[in-house]
Design a protein around this ligand. Sequence first.
Ligand SMILES: [Ca+2]
Length: 232
Amino acid sequence: MSLSLLRPTVAVLVCASVAVAGAAGAASKPAPPAPVCNLLTDAAGDGNGIDPGSPVPAQSGGPSNDALDIVSADVASDAKTITGVVRVKKLAATSSSAPSGMTWSVYFTVDTTTFSLSAHSDPTGAITFDAAHSATGVNSLYGPGVTGIFDTAKSEVRISAPRDLFAAESALKPGTKLTALTANAGPEVAIPDKAGAFGGGAILEGALYYADTASGGKDYVAGAPSCVVPGK
Ligand SMILES: [Ca+2]
């Protein structure tokens, strides 16, 4: 989504919220705002962006991978923590169609900086969590302090980072608008270093490698009530 397409949407939302606030102010006891939930949704059954037999995956490259089939996503924050959630059709830590491991990520943008909160499974199913930003086109990983919950019972991945972790790029304080919410899921593709060797944890992710991607969700205002409890 380009910013030129995004901005008119933001402007409409701002006007709508002002109108609602005005109406609520007339009441003697305004109701608290309802928690937001499922800011981003996606159809089930389309987690098949990867065809393992093709160097450039087709749009429908074989059976949908339930563990990578995004159905919804959220981002939520409070004064201390920001949490991203990716929900899939049926979460699993390993997959025969993604033997190199898998990644689930939530992206959001503040001003011109895009941030990500991600979970990674390795070939054994071990899970790690990280955060990154991509203001200059090169992802810089943040750490430490990123935690998460790989919740197979709810088929959702929750990744949490201390708000302070992003302080160098954005305060992310309550009231900050988070736009361009996007969720991606796909295999992790190991890439060789310049010497042609694998190692050092280098991984590649990108549109060509996503099994599923979802965008076009609603914006989130930091600190707003959500069905997601930050840090949980
Ligand atoms: Ca999907």
